[in-house]
Structure formats: C-alpha cells, structure tokens
Design a protein around this ligand. Structure first.
Ligand code: PLO
Length: 440
C-alpha cells in the first residue's frame, strides 16, 4: 500500500483519508505493529510501556497507575507550577542573554522542558551545562533521530540482519538511556519510604507493591508490573514529555514570527490581565482566552503527531463505514482531520480566532484532537496543557520575539520524524519593560 522510497507516514499524511487500515497478522500475541515494530520493540523492551504496548488488563492497570501519579503533580496542586516556573526563569534568563544577535531558541527550550520532565520523573534538577543533563539530551536526540528513520527496517523486519548504521545508533542511545535510568531506579528503590511518592519513579515502584503497603497481597494487580515496565514507562514519559512539548513551543514561536500581530495581541492580553509585576500563574488561565487559542491553533496547524502511532483492532469492528478485522492496524491521519476544509475555514491559515465564538468565548471544535481520543488518548494531556500555558505566557510576558534583520521567516513545512518538527530558525529576543534580567 505504501511506497518504499518515502516514509510510510508521509504518504499517509498527504492524503485526505482520515484512517488507514492494514490487515496483516491476526494473532494478538506479541508486538502490535508491523511498521514501527523493530525500532519500538527495541525502545520498549517488547512493549513494556504505555504508548506502543498492546491492550491488555495489565496495560489498563499500568496506564491507570501512570495517570494517577500524574495527578499528583497536576492541576490543583502547586507543585507542577513551581517546577515549571523555575524552569521558565532559567529559560528566560538564558534567552535574554542570547544578546541582540539572532540565535536558535531550540536548545534552550528543549533544555528547559527536559529539566521539568527530569524533575517529574526522577526528581533531578540540573544547572545549565550539567553533564548528566547533557547526557540525557544527547541520548534522547539519538533516539529521535533514529526511531522513525529505520526506513526499510521498519517495513521489512528481516532487514535487521543487515548492518545498519541507524539501528546501531538507536541501540547505543538506548543503552545509555537504560544505564542512566537503571541507576535512578536503584537509587529510588533504596530510598523508597512510606508517604507520598516524590516523583513518577516512586509512584510506579509503589504501584508494584500496592501503594507501598509492604507485602504484595496475593492477586494484587500490580504484581504484573515488572522492573522492566517501571523502567520503560519512566523512559517513555520522559521522551514523550520532552519531544512533544518542546516541539509544540517551537512551532508556536515560528508562527509568531510569521504573525507579529498575534504576538502583540497576546502581550496586550497579558498586560491587561496579569501586568508586569508578578509571574503568570495557573490561576490566570481563565483570564487569558486568546493565549489559549494561540496554543490550540499551534497544535491544530502543526500537530506534533500528524499520523498517530498505530492502533490495533482488538475485535472485528468498523471505522468510517469500513469493516475492520480483528488484528488490523489502524493509522489515524490527524493531519487530514486538522486540515479538513469541510470543518476548518482556510485550514492552512494560522488563525487563533477560530477557537473563539462571536461572543469571544472559547470553543473547541469536535475536529480538534491534538491529544487523540478514546481509551488511548494521551495520558499526559493535562500536564502538557499546563506546561504549554505556563511556558508560553511567561515567555511572552517577559520578552518579545522577532526575526533577525534580513532573515526570512521560519520554514513552516517542518521535518517529519517520530514527531513533526520545525526546521531550525533564528530569533532575536528583547526584554519587555521590567524583565531585563529575565526573572524577578
Ligand atoms: C521520543 C524520544 C524518546 O527518547 C523516546 C520516545 C518515547 C515515547 C514517544 C516519543 C519518543 C515521541 C513522541 C511519542 C511518544 C509516545 C507518544 C508520542 C510517539 C520516541 C506521540 C506524539 O504519539
């Protein structure tokens, strides 16, 4: 069905179809996906994660565990806000010290988001230039560069017997990741105590033993959660948290460079609703509808995941009027859903106002699904939304972004790997009044 020279998902993306189905293996044992099978199996130790793993009662329990531990830091608690705001301060200082010359904001943004996720997953906060942080960023980049580039290996698993540089790089990045995370896991096991978990690793370890109540009771669901599951989940939460949030922020900044009037309108809203005397906080969210629309429009026009990771039909079923047999892999074409001219007026235009109604109230169109939907909807959605809000509002409160003189605006085509990333671009940042140092 798909050509061999172009990546399979770019072929899918460039069509108006909303779903693609591929029948193949009918056995529900073993790995779900034929396409990403080789690389994601390496990445997840054969599906001991949440995103790529097959549906099973254990998966359901495992996912619930992760979800519950996210709510520990999530909305309603100030913990996440404190963690994000401290990363925001660091990011603002770094961006403002970039000087008047144009520079690529991507390393600083990625570093700040990585720091937030490191705190959530294993309670580590790093200073700029920390060797462990560099290591984490390097292995992650190694995985991002290789995971979706397996090319033919992902289409023909038997090709893995041939030497393949991409696969070698992926394996090496995974080895470094596993070494680091195993160390963190051992440290967490040694310091695990009663009381509230400090981070995701703690929460998963407690989940294994039934809330840290000592002895595993017979029949306890968490008994199926092995150390491998804990490790793979931490690795995945980490990877998903970093790649998606930093990419979304970079897309939004790229669009703001194309639309300075949108940036000004967000800043006007911030000035009126928050002012420049204090940092933005989660409680300001309700008062900043336009900012929310900008975030939504960024996620609509450039979904980080234009073709969702494959899903598999658990039983004979149907989708959009097509019969789907048990065992069929289904790809959801989010790109076409987010660019469907029947639902979006001028879908290629960056227009945050489409998320406001005539009365200026926020609306969420049913065709807007940046986090997917259903039982496999993104488990980190509320964390992600909170982070995007705090990062973007703080950045635009404290500084303005513009193009370096003579530079063309960023390329908006992007590069399709495991996520759809913008190509590197340069910015000039200038502090807004009162924020010359980046933080207060
Ligand atoms: C990003 C690189 C990490 O090192 C490993 C990783 C784990 C989970 C993946 C993520 C990567 C990319 C974005 C993915 C996420 C699971 C769900 C998310 C694919 C490969 C999306 C957007 O579907």
């Amino acid at each position: 069905m798909w050509g061999l020279t172009t990546p399979w998902w770019s072929t899918v993306m460039n069509t108006p179809e909303r779903f693609y189905c591929r029948e193949g293996r009918t056995s529900l044992d073993g790995p779900t996906c034929f396409f990403l099978q080789v690389t994601t199996n390496l990445l997840t130790r054969g599906g001991k994660d949440i995103a790529f793993c097959d549906f099973s009662p254990l998966w359901k329990f495992h996912r619930r565990l992760v979800h519950n531990s996210f709510t520990l830091f999530g909305e309603g608690t100030s913990r996440l806000q404190d963690i994000v705001l401290s990363a925001v301060d660091g990011l603002c200082v770094e961006l403002l010290s970039g000087g008047r010359r144009g520079f690529d904001p991507s390393p600083a943004v990625t570093r700040a988001v990585t720091n937030v996720v490191c705190t959530l997953v294993f309670s580590a906060t790093y200073r700029h230039g920390d060797a462990e942080l560099q290591e984490v960023m390097r292995y992650n980049d190694g995985i991002v560069q290789t995971i979706a580039r397996g090319g033919l290996v992902d289409i023909y698993p038997w090709m893995k017997v041939f030497p393949n540089q991409t696969l070698r790089k992926l394996k090496e990045s995974i080895r470094i990741r596993d070494q680091l995370l195993t160390r963190k896991l051992e440290e967490h096991k040694a310091s695990l105590s009663d009381g509230d978990p400090h981070d995701l690793l703690d929460a998963l370890l407690k989940g294994q033993t039934g809330g840290g109540r000592g002895q595993k009771s017979p029949g306890w669901e968490g008994a199926g959660i092995t150390d491998d599951h804990v490790l793979m989940t931490a690795a995945e939460a980490f990877g998903a948290g970093v790649e998606t949030t930093s990419t979304t922020l970079l897309w939004i900044l790229a669009y703001l460079l194309h639309h300075p009037e949108v940036q000004e309108r967000v800043q006007k809203e911030l000035d009126e609703q928050v002012g420049g005397e204090r940092a933005v906080s989660v409680s300001d969210r309700g008062r900043l509808p336009y900012l929310d629309c900008v975030i939504n429009e960024g996620m609509r026009i450039r979904p980080v995941s234009p073709v969702l990771i494959p899903h598999m039909a658990m039983k004979d079923s149907s989708i959009g009027g097509h019969a789907v047999r048990r065992g069929t892999r289904v790809l959801v074409n989010m790109w076409s859903i987010h660019h469907d001219p029947r639902h979006w007026d001028k879908p290629d235009l960056f227009n945050p106002d489409r998320f406001l109604d005539d009365q200026g109230q926020r609306v969420t169109p049913s065709c807007f699904l940046p986090f997917g939907a259903g039982p496999r909807v993104c488990v980190g959605e509320s964390l992600a939304r909170l982070e995007l809000f705090l990062f973007l509002s703080s950045l635009l409160q404290r500084m303005s972004f513009r193009l370096p003189n003579g530079n063309a605006p960023p390329n908006l085509q992007g590069r399709l790997g495991v996520v759809l990333q913008p190509l590197p671009y340069k910015v000039i940042v200038t502090p807004r009044p009162g924020w010359e140092g980046g933080a207060k």
